[in-house]
Design a protein around this ligand. Structure first.
Ligand code: C2O
Length: 534
């Protein structure tokens, strides 16, 4: 097996966007950061050196980290942060996975600029299960703030109010044309006619779900979250923060310049950055005076477009890539997701926004949970996270007023290899809203979803247990629910959270602790010697 080594020097660099310049945190001075390439079965070593004033940690989003939870990255969950001046080598082997994933900082709001693609190619000689594209390219969608992102969230936490939304969306780091600011450096994809291009699309935005579209061209979806899907064709994709999508574009149109665009999806009455990011697909031989072909994007509350896209996703479920959906369930869980308020005497309205799962607003500990678990340290967490709401109520109807949020560092314990069905139920405590939920350490199958309250009698018989899409991040629909299933075959401590950074900050997170199995190869490996200390 091959060892791939990378060096990430985390340094400040100046960047100019929207006609203003500010220092940003980067890897090796690049924004977006460098792409990591590996093949299935390779070992990857990434030496991270912290040259900035912030504590750091980096997460390899979607990499399963079988038995190597120490390399997963979320600060205070699986490691203490890498302090200024310190170095840590993330060391993991890629097992049973291939496709587009990504990496990002997993502390504070540093992932705004600290992120990049992680591409896992199939084993040598193994083809894609679809006609090989002529070329591949990475398309990272993101958000840009004119002000310092850490100050944005710091001030919001002080006031108790929602933070400002971003000032623009970006495609590969650039907003494209924006009113009142001619911007150089728009992403351009040069193409030849009559070919197939695979776009590895990543949503690295902090808070916005996005639609993505290319004028005049359809997109054939072949993979999401590094899991193959049954190919289908669409003109628009929906991609939530944390998710990845591989789409094939055939350059079968007349020569010209075609706009690619990313615009927000938000079907709740919540403020969102309304700007559309643009880039261009440019056929070779296009005379530069040929006008760019524009595209019409779905409106930001186009729920039917979003739903249609999500409902079209099915696992490939072929002989080589079977969908191994757990059929017997050991743990049947229902987690309510709420945005609410907590009292706060010093805040602007006398209260602060908070978020919870089953009424618990998760509090990060002072040392890592994985450490506490491995060394059996008491007093860091409890394993009494409720598997169901403490007081069932009409989740999407009129809200009860007596459901205060409790703080806690409570985990849910799973035996090795046990199976889990988890229903994530959005609620309307302040306003219902779509939440992209990400589980570390596992892929899961999305067996069902619906609008309104999950019905434990009527809904499960309609679950798709044959070819449900397999992913690591799933959108819980606004005022609705999704049901996921996974097998707890990875010992360690695994974070589950909303990938909207603002919600994670408010406490919309929890963790599973998965015990070791009986065999030595079913247990968590010991921590590496250079693991940072708190
Ligand atoms: Cu991509 Cu815990 O996150």
């Amino acid at each position: 097996c091959i060892v791939r080594e990378y060096k990430f020097n985390v340094v400040m660099a100046n960047a100019t966007r929207l006609c203003s310049t500010k220092p940003i945190v980067t890897v090796n001075g690049q924004f977006p950061g460098p792409t990591i390439y590996a093949r299935e079965d390779d070992t990857v070593l990434i030496k991270v050196v912290n040259h900035v004033k912030y504590n750091l940690s980096i997460h390899w989003h979607g990499v399963r980290q079988l038995r190597t939870g120490w390399a997963d990255g979320p600060a205070y969950i699986t490691q203490c942060p890498i302090q200024p001046g310190q170095t840590y080598v993330y060391n993991f082997t890629i097992t049973g996975q291939r496709g587009t994933l990504w990496w990002h900082a997993h502390i504070l709001w540093l992932r705004a600029t600290l992120h990049g693609a992680l591409v896992i190619l199939p084993k040598p000689g193994v083809p894609y299960p679809f006609p090989s594209p002529h070329e591949e390219t990475i398309v990272i969608l993101g958000e840009w703030w004119k002000s310092d992102v850490e100050s944005v969230i710091k001030e919001a936490l002080k006031s108790g109010l929602a933070p400002n939304v971003s000032d623009a969306h970006t495609i590969n780091g650039h907003p494209g044309s924006v009113p009142n600011c001619f911007s150089k450096g728009r992403f351009r994809l040069p193409v030849d006619p009559g070919k197939k291009y695979m776009l590895r699309i990543i949503n690295a935005a902090l808070n916005d779900e996005l639609f993505f579209k290319i004028a005049g061209h359809n997109l054939t979806i072949v993979e999401v979250d590094a899991a193959y899907v049954k190919p289908f064709t669409t003109d628009t994709i929906l991609i939530a923060p944390g998710q990845t999508t591989n789409a094939i574009v055939s350059t079968d149109q007349e020569s010209g310049k075609y706009l690619m665009a990313a615009s927000p999806f938000m079907d709740a009455p919540i403020a969102v950055d309304n700007l559309t990011a643009t880039a261009t697909l440019r056929y070779s031989g296009t005379v530069s005076s040929i006008a760019t072909t524009l595209t019409s994007l779905p409106s930001k509350n186009a729920t039917p477009v979003a739903t249609k896209f999500m409902d079209s996703l099915r696992s490939l479920n072929s002989q080589e890539y079977p969908a191994q959906v757990p059929l017997d369930i050991d743990h049947s869980l229902l987690f309510t997701i709420s945005i609410g308020i907590n009292p706060c005497a010093t805040c602007v309205n006398g209260s602060r926004l908070a978020a919870d799962i089953n009424n618990i607003s998760f509090v990060l500990p002072k040392i890592s949970l994985l450490n506490a678990h491995f060394f059996n340290l008491s007093g860091v967490f409890t394993d009494d996270f409720p598997g169901n709401p403490l007081m069932p109520y009409n989740y999407t109807g009129k809200q009860p007023t007596n459901l205060g949020t409790m703080k806690g560092t409570r985990l849910y314990r799973l035996a090795y290899n046990s199976t889990v069905q988890l229903v994530l139920q959005d609620t309307g405590m302040i306003s219902p809203e779509s939440h992209p939920f990400h589980l570390h350490g596992f892929n899961f199958f999305v067996v069902g979803s619906g609008i309104g309250n999950f019905n434990p009698n009527k809904d499960p018989p309609n679950f798709n247990l044959v070819d449900p899409v397999e992913r690591n991040t799933v959108g819980v629909p606004t005022g609705g629910w999704v049901a996921i299933r996974f097998r707890a075959d990875n010992p360690g401590v695994w974070f589950l959270h909303c990938h909207l950074e603002v919600h994670t900050t408010w406490g919309l997170k929890m963790a599973f602790v998965v015990d070791n199995g009986r065999d030595p190869d079913e247990s968590l490996l010991p921590p590496p010697t250079d693991l940072p200390k708190c």
